[in-house]
Design a protein around this ligand. Sequence first.
Ligand SMILES: *[C@@H]1O[C@H](CO)[C@@H](O)[C@H](O)[C@H]1NC(C)=O
Ligand SMILES: *[C@@H]1O[C@H](CO)[C@@H](O)[C@H](O)[C@H]1NC(C)=O
Ligand SMILES: *[C@@H]1O[C@H](CO)[C@@H](O)[C@H](O)[C@H]1NC(C)=O
Ligand SMILES: *[C@@H]1O[C@H](CO)[C@@H](O)[C@H](O)[C@H]1NC(C)=O
Ligand SMILES: *[C@@H]1O[C@H](CO)[C@@H](O)[C@H](O)[C@H]1NC(C)=O
Ligand SMILES: *[C@@H]1O[C@H](CO)[C@@H](O)[C@H](O)[C@H]1NC(C)=O
Ligand SMILES: [Fe+2]
Length: 439
Amino acid sequence: MLPAYAAYAMLSLAPILVLGVPPIWTQPEQVHLSYPGVPGSMLVTWTTFNKTESKVEYGVLGGRLFDMAATGSASLFVDSGEEKRKMYIHRVTLTGLKPASAYAYHCGSDAGWSDVFYFTALNDSTSFSPRFALYGDLGNENPQSLARLQKETQLGMYDVILHIGDFAYDLHEDNARIGDEFMRQIQSIAAYVPYMTCPGNHEATYNFSNYRNRFSMPGQTESLWYSWDLGSAHIISLSTEVYFYLMFGQELLFKQYEWLKKDLEEANKPENRAVRPWIITMGHRPMYCSDDDQDDCTKFDSYVRLGRNDTKPPAPGLEDLFYRYGVDLELWAHEHTYERLWPVYGDKVYNGSTEQPYMNPKAPVHIITGSAGCREKIDPFNPNPKEWSAFRSRDYGYTRMQVVNSTHVYLEQVSDDQYGKVIDSIWVVKEKHGFSAWL
Ligand SMILES: *[C@@H]1O[C@H](CO)[C@@H](O)[C@H](O)[C@H]1NC(C)=O
Ligand SMILES: *[C@@H]1O[C@H](CO)[C@@H](O)[C@H](O)[C@H]1NC(C)=O
Ligand SMILES: *[C@@H]1O[C@H](CO)[C@@H](O)[C@H](O)[C@H]1NC(C)=O
Ligand SMILES: *[C@@H]1O[C@H](CO)[C@@H](O)[C@H](O)[C@H]1NC(C)=O
Ligand SMILES: *[C@@H]1O[C@H](CO)[C@@H](O)[C@H](O)[C@H]1NC(C)=O
Ligand SMILES: *[C@@H]1O[C@H](CO)[C@@H](O)[C@H](O)[C@H]1NC(C)=O
Ligand SMILES: [Fe+2]
């Protein structure tokens, strides 16, 4: 029998019980990883709808679960839609991880823990040969490549994923519920391998605030531009959108340009280029493409390529900058197709040789991979592409890349329409890197 005071206590709770137990808004969701750029580290980001502490408990896979713990912080993100929906974005950086070791982790707080996930800390050796999946333009609706990417990632086929802009369609829609759903959808990939991003035009609403708040890339630019190293590659992520959304601050365009110049200068110091000879860029809108829409890249004087002269001062483009510093490979998306170019500079082809165009190419190699799948479907091609267009496909799919060693990079295109068939592949081989490689 209940003591009298307990019965009174229950009675006094009755009105609350009648109203119902409040739902749990402290449950972690939308878990994803990114690499902070420091060997032996990994950053875990997730969302809760009520404020909680930010903890990750982890341990070497196969060892004692959760024998290590790290804490971080949460920032309140208020979406700018009508409902002004609030969410807490939690960030915890794990440090001192053993390179190439696998870890199991969960994240959350004593108010709720996520499922258990696992990842492999990136191997920090410059002779490591990292494997990437890359694509842009993946949405909630019609995400054709997603199932294949989920399975291949979980099978351990990739060390890193590069998402080259345009997410969810769009992160801010339905008061950012589409963003929530997209982040839940990619958790099946992004909670297992670092998911590295750059912004695309679909992130522009409310000054890219959903993008800037939801992702956690290295550096101090709220994920807009940054660089990091892996194996023998220096990888630069940039915002092509600074050339188009001048209303969010023309100074961003110039700031990024100056940063790019400094970063490329640093990467080109002989002692740096000797250990990380490959410089690879990723940005959303390409300099060249042969799609049949009126996008920037379909014009000779693309903003991204040549800059703009309607700003004060005129804004420099990126083609000369990248050429001058010997960028080897440029990854783009935005066009909902796949296109591989012969080595190109100034609208002209510079094959290594006619027989082996990618053997010591005399200009950067461009790949456009924006066909992962989204509600906008696939784009049409111009029937008369220019001479720099080497291979084109309108199949849904994505690209695999392996930076094998200091001289060899391998790329291949997977068709989801053709059940995972590899429909294109190249080896880019360079015995020499840097500007002098062009001469
Ligand atoms: C918890 O989150 C829900 C959903 O966002 C919100 O309605 C509620 O006011 C929050 N409660 C507290 C105490 O913050
Ligand atoms: C990292 O990669 C290099 C090159 O493949 C390999 O020799 C080394 O054993 C790897 N490190 C670990 C800890 O597995
Ligand atoms: C847009 O966001 C960027 C990055 O945070 C910021 O520097 C800029 O001032 C913002 N622009 C406007 C108009 O708020
Ligand atoms: C400015 O750029 C446009 C193309 O973007 C070009 O047609 C025009 O000639 C340029 N004007 C000047 C003054 O350079
Ligand atoms: C570049 O190489 C490819 C492949 O051999 C060839 O089809 C193309 O015509 C070459 N382009 C030029 C401009 O030499
Ligand atoms: C790089 O890898 C390629 C392809 O596996 C191989 O043929 C080549 O000998 C390697 N080069 C070096 C410098 O290890
Ligand atoms: Fe786009």
